[in-house]
Design a protein around this ligand. Structure first.
Ligand SMILES: Cc1cc2nc3c(=O)[nH]c(=O)nc-3n(C[C@H](O)[C@H](O)[C@H](O)COP(=O)(O)O)c2cc1C
Length: 464
C-alpha cells in the first residue's frame, strides 16, 4: 500500500542523498523552514527536507512534520512514478501511461483508515493554529499551504483533484486560488444554485497522488481513479467525518482539512511567491470554511516552495502532456525539458530533424499547448535538453541570429510574467539551434566507440 511514508522509505533506500531529516527546533511561522530551503537552493542543492522538530502556529511543540522538495529532482519523480532510472523521457511516459489507465478506488472503513487516527471536529477543536503551517516568502499574505483539493461533483459522481494554493485567513478559514479549470467549473455550478461545495484539503500523501492533481485530465475522467493509475494501485478512500458518503477522502493521506467552499463569499488572498521567482499579486479569491481536521499520528505536510525548482518539477504532468502531444504530431521529437530557473517559461526540445522547418513547427505546437511557454530552443538529438551547458554550446555554434531566431509578436503570455507590460499580450521567441541538413562541422572528440568501450569505462570509474 503506497503512501507518503512508503515513498520516503523507498527514496532513502534508492537515493539516500536525496533526503534529509532536520531535527533542529524550527519555527516555520518565522520563515525558518523556508529560509533553510532557500539556503539549499542558493547552493544548487535540492534534497527533500523533512522538518521533524517544529512548532505549530501557537508556538507549541507538535508531532507533525513539514516537508519541502518532495518533487525537486528527477530521482524523486522516478521514485514517485516507479521508474528505475531518473531519466526524463521515461518518467514523462510512465506518468502519461499511468494517467491513461485509471484504477477504481478501494473503499475502506473509518476504523481501518490511517487518516482517522486523529479527528478534530466541533467548535474549539477545529483550529489550524494547531498545525505547523509555514510562512514562506517575506511578502506572502500569511501562512500558505500547497495542498491537493479533492471534491466530488454530485451531478455525475465524479471526483476531481487539483493543486491549489491556500492562504490561512484565521483558525478555520482559507483563501483559495482557482484558475478557471475543473475545480472552478464545479464550484461555479454549485454557486449558481447557492450551494456550498464540500472539499477535502489534502496536506500530504504519496507524491504520485499530488502529481495526478497537476495533470491536464479530461473533465469526464474520475481523478481519484487517475491517481490510482499514476500510483500503480487502487487509491484507498474512506468516508469523510463531515459529509459522510457524500465525500470520500484519501484514507492514506497524512492530514486532511474537511471544509466547504462558500457561495457568494470572497476573501483577499496573497501575495504569494510564484514560479517566476517573484511575488505574485494579491487577489480576491474564494473562501473556504474548515469543518474538521483529521490526521495520522506524526502526519506530514507537503509544502511546495513556489519560487523554487520543486514547483517546476511538480509540473511534470504538464510537461508529460506536452511531450506526448509533440511526439504525436512530430515523431522525430526525442525529449523536452524546462530550464531549471524561471519556471516553465523556457522550454528546450530535442529532435532528430529530417527536414528544414520542422523545429519551427514543433516549437509553435509547444507554444499552442501551454501558455506557460514563452521561449523555445530546439536542438538536435545529440544535445541533452536538460543539460544547459550542451544547449548553450548548440546555441553558440549552430545559430545565426538573422535566420535562426524568430520573434512572434502579440502572443498571449503568462499572467504571472512580470516582464509583460500590455496586459497579457507579449512576444514569444523560437531559437532553431539545430544543424542544417547535410554535412556540418565535425565534433572534436576521440572516437565514440573508444569513449564507450569497457576499458575506458573501467578506468574512468576507477578514477572517480
Ligand atoms: C505546485 C502547484 C501549485 C498550483 N497552484 C495552483 C493554484 O493556486 N490555483 C490553480 O488554479 N492552479 C494551480 N496549479 C495548477 C493546477 O493544479 C492544475 O492546473 C490542475 O490541472 C487543475 O486541475 P483541475 O483541472 O482538475 O481543476 C498548481 C499546480 C502546481 C503543480
Amino acid at each position: 500500500m503506497k503512501d507518503l511514508r512508503s515513498f520516503l522509505k523507498e527514496l532513502e533506500k534508492i537515493y539516500p542523498d536525496e533526503i534529509k531529516y532536520c531535527n533542529d527546533k524550527i519555527n516555520p511561522y518565522k520563515y525558518e523552514a523556508s529560509a533553510v530551503m532557500e539556503s539549499f537552493d542558493r547552493e544548487n542543492l535540492y534534497p527533500l527536507v523533512s522538518f521533524t522538530n517544529i512548532v505549530n502556529l501557537k508556538g507549541e511543540e507538535t508531532d507533525f512534520n513539514l516537508l519541502f522538495n518532495a518533487f525537486s529532482t528527477m530521482e524523486k519523480l522516478a521514485v514517485a512514478v516507479n521508474v528505475d532510472q531518473p531519466r526524463r523521457p521515461l518518467i514523462m511516459e510512465k506518468y502519461y501511461q499511468g494517467s491513461l489507465h485509471p484504477k477504481p478506488v478501494k473503499r475502506i472503513s473509518s476504523g481501518a483508515a490511517p487518516v482517522k487516527e486523529i479527528v478534530w471536529s466541533g467548535e474549539g477543536n477545529v483550529d489550524m493554529n494547531r498545525l505547523p503551517l509555514p510562512r514562506i516568502n517575506e511578502m506572502d499574505g500569511g501562512p500558505y499551504l500547497t495542498p491537493i483539493i479533492a471534491t466530488r461533483d454530485a451531478d455525475n459522481d465524479r471526483y476531481n483533484i487539483s493543486w491549489n494554493r491556500a492562504m490561512m485567513i484565521d483558525k478555520n478559514h482559507l483563501g483559495l486560488w482557482m484558475s478557471p479549470r475543473h475545480l472552478w467549473s464545479i464550484f461555479s455550478k454549485y454557486e449558481q444554485r447557492g450551494t456550498p461545495l464540500p472539499i477535502a484539503v489534502v496536506l500530504g500523501h504519496h507524491p504520485a497522488f499530488f502529481l495526478a492533481g497537476a495533470g491536464l485530465t479530461k473533465i469526464s475522467q474520475d481523478e481519484y481513479e487517475v491517481a490510482g493509475g499514476v500510483l500503480g494501485e487502487n487509491l484507498r478512500v474512506v468516508e469523510s467525518e463531515t459529509f459522510g458518503e457524500e465525500l470520500l477522502v484519501p484514507a492514506d493521506a497524512e492530514i486532511i482539512l474537511e471544509g466547504l467552499i462558500l457561495p457568494d463569499q470572497r476573501s483577499v488572498e496573497g501575495p504569494f511567491g510564484e514560479f517566476t521567482g517573484y511575488s505574485g499579486p494579491q487577489r480576491i479569491s474564494w473562501l473556504v470554511e474548515i469543518k474538521a481536521i483529521t490526521a495520522r499520528k506524526g502526519g506530514s505536510i507537503i509544502s511546495v516552495f513556489g519560487a523554487h525548482q520543486d514547483n517546476l518539477y511538480a509540473h511534470m504532468p504538464i510537461q508529460a502532456d506536452i511531450f506526448h502531444n509533440l511526439k504525436t504530431i512530430m515523431p522525430t521529437v526525442q525529449d523536452i525539458s524546462w530550464v531549471d530557473s524561471g519556471g516553465p517559461l523556457n522550454l528546450i526540445i530535442s529532435m532528430d530533424k529530417k527536414t528544414e522547418g520542422e523545429p519551427i513547427r514543433v516549437a509553435m505546437a509547444a507554444m499552442s499547448l501551454s501558455n506557460f511557454i514563452k521561449h523555445v530552443i530546439v536542438v538536435d538529438e545529440d544535445i541533452d535538453p536538460g543539460n544547459l551547458k550542451q544547449v548553450m554550446w548548440a546555441w553558440s555554434t549552430r545559430v545565426q541570429a538573422d535566420k535562426d531566431i524568430n520573434i512572434i509578436k502579440r502572443t498571449q503570455g503568462q499572467v504571472l510574467d512580470p516582464s509583460l507590460t500590455e496586459e497579457i499580450a507579449g512576444s514569444a521567441m523560437i531559437i532553431d539551434a539545430t544543424k542544417p541538413i547535410g554535412p556540418y562541422a565535425v565534433k572534436a572528440q576521440p572516437p565514440e566507440e573508444i569513449v564507450k568501450s569497457a576499458l575506458v569505462k573501467k578506468v574512468f570509474e576507477g578514477l572517480q
